[in-house]
Design a binder for this molecule. Structure first.
Ligand code: FAD
Length: 485
């Protein structure tokens, strides 16, 4: 038997479900990655993610060569390229890992159909999550739509079905004899420029790529994991793991991360930090499950009544939205957060909640606009988590915050960036304001503003609106859903 392993968002050569099964079941295993024109065609030339993938593929190819194989890489339409490559190589099957996004499911169905025409099969495995689709169900056998009972059932299943020390690791190394050596004609990874993309500021930002990058970030985080619960909400503090982009592209193994968190929890001291971090990984599984079970969330509210909300529209809405995108709302924490996103492709979780809430519940803009902007900009963009986060903020999601809970951008700023350390990093023009003043420059007396070298409207915008008034408008806007909440 010959098999082709199709890599997609799982760019690693260890603990890889599809690769493991292919090596176990076949005599000769080929590996391929397609830069899919269907996806790349929609992205700007300076997309950081393409550079991240490209760098990670170079490393993956080297790693596979060391094991005796190598990576076939092409720039093509995946729906056609995979069946074609399978035919050229004369393989019996194509192996890959499950993808839960509606478009990916449609693509995989098309590939499976094309392969079947030639008597080949597409075989897919669970790899990106611990529990998927319908593996964690309520007692009545239904998918959960509330997180806490889901998490409890998830943890119970983990502890009863998998001994924590025995989280499966998919062995690759001992099966290396089954790799098919790569012929010269098939080798070679196109340069970034050949794909129509350019180098970005990824290396300036010190965002490490590939398996080594993921491992280095994780090693760095392990010592901080015990403090995660107390540090994770403060954007100026190095609290979180920064592993999201690696989880997105599979340069780390979710099983390895969970195994390590469980180890830390067992040790006792610092276990709370590890438990809270594990909870975040459970949220990730939760949103993958929600997207799979309720694919309509991609376009519509999880709770259908929320689709009746009337958002701001016309040029006025476009202007407000643009100011938010550009970090020109006049609310420093919101603007600094948007600058972080625009400059780095990352945004701290607390700030994702603050900026999303501000767009929806202060500016009255449809959450889908914000969702789309994050999807373009985030290095770690994942449809499931991004959609989950936006629907949480707009209160239309499965386990969202109630519609009448509206973040106050000032209180959030004072609480989570008390001295304005984060704000100063991205808005240096406000540097001379004190820790108290920096959250609301418009409240600073004119003379003090002048002494700090700031003219509102020139160095920094006047606030787009007053939060209290916006809050009242939002409560009115959400009145249409009052009866169902
Ligand atoms: P850590 O705090 O170290 O968490 C570890 C991992 O847990 C993350 O890498 C991520 O995989 C997972 N995780 C953490 N929080 C969540 C969550 N709320 N939902 C699902 N998974 C979570 N996360 C994405 O990976 N991609 C997105 O596109 C995305 N969009 C978001 C949009 C909004 C509006 C909001 C509120 C949140 C979004 N998140 C998204 C979730 C979260 O903000 C990021 O996962 C986190 O900030 C990434 O940083 P980290 O790796 O340092 O996280």
């Amino acid at each position: 038997e010959k098999t082709l392993v199709w890599f997609r968002r799982d760019l690693r050569s260890f603990d890889h479900a599809a690769l493991h099964h292919a090596l176990r079941q076949s005599r000769q295993v080929y590996c391929a990655f397609i830069f899919d024109r269907a996806i790349l065609g929609t992205l700007p030339a300076n997309d950081r993610r393409v550079e991240f993938i490209h760098a990670s593929l170079l490393e993956l190819d080297t790693a596979l060569r060391e094991l005796g194989g190598g990576l076939i890489v092409s720039h093509a339409w995946a729906e056609q390229a995979i069946p074609q490559l399978a035919a050229e190589l004369g393989v019996d099957a194509v192996f890959c890992n499950h993808d839960y996004e509606p478009q990916a499911i449609a693509r995989d169905t098309a590939v499976a159909t094309a392969l079947a025409r030639d008597g080949r099969k597409l075989q897919s495995y669970k790899d990106h999550v611990i529990f998927e689709k319908d593996e964690v169900l309520s007692q009545s056998g239904k998918p959960f739509s509330v997180f806490t009972p889901y998490k409890n059932a998830w943890l119970k299943k983990l502890h009863t079905e998998l001994a924590p020390t025995d989280m499966p690791a998919y062995e690759i190394d001992t099966l290396r004899a089954h790799f098919a050596p790569l012929q010269a004609a098939l080798s070679g990874i196109p340069a970034l420029s050949e794909l129509g993309f350019e180098k970005t500021n990824l290396s300036e930002l010190h965002i490490p790529t590939g398996m080594q990058g993921g491992q280095a970030l994780f090693d760095d985080f392990i010592d901080r994991m015990p403090d995660y619960d107390s540090t994770r909400d403060f954007p100026a503090v190095k609290g979180p793991s920064y592993l999201s982009v690696h989880l997105r592209f599979g340069t780390v193994s979710i099983r390895a991360l969970v195994r390590r968190a469980l180890d830390a929890m067992r040790i006792g001291a610092g276990g709370t930090g590890a438990a809270v971090w594990l909870s975040e990984l459970v949220w990730r599984d939760f949103y993958f499950m929600i997207l799979y079970q309720h694919p309509h969330v991609h376009e519509r509210a999880f709770k259908p009544d929320y689709d009746a909300i009337v958002w701001e529209s016309g040029q006025h809405a476009i202007d407000l939205f643009q100011a938010w995108c550009d970090g020109l709302t006049g609310y420093p924490l919101v603007d600094a957060a948007m600058a972080q996103l625009n400059q780095t492709g990352y945004m701290h979780n607390r700030l994702r909640m603050v900026t999303a809430s501000f767009l929806i519940k202060d500016l009255g803009i449809d959450w889908r606009w914000g969702e789309r902007y994050f999807a373009e900009k985030l290095n770690d963009f994942d449809l499931s988590a991004n959609n989950g986060g936006w629907q949480w903020a707009s209160s239309s999601g499965c386990d969202a915050q109630p519609y009448f809970r509206i973040f106050n951008p000032l209180t959030q700023s004072e609480k989570f960036d008390p001295d304005g350390k984060f704000i100063r990093r991205y808005l240096p023009q406000l540097n001379k304001l004190s820790g108290k003043q920096i959250h609301a420059p418009w409240r600073v007396p004119a003379l003090e503003l002048q002494m700090a070298g700031i003219t509102l409207g020139r160095d920094y915008p006047h606030p787009l609106l007053q939060h209290d008034e916006a809050r009242a408008r939002t409560l009115q806007r959400y009145a249409v859903v009052k009866k169902v909440s």
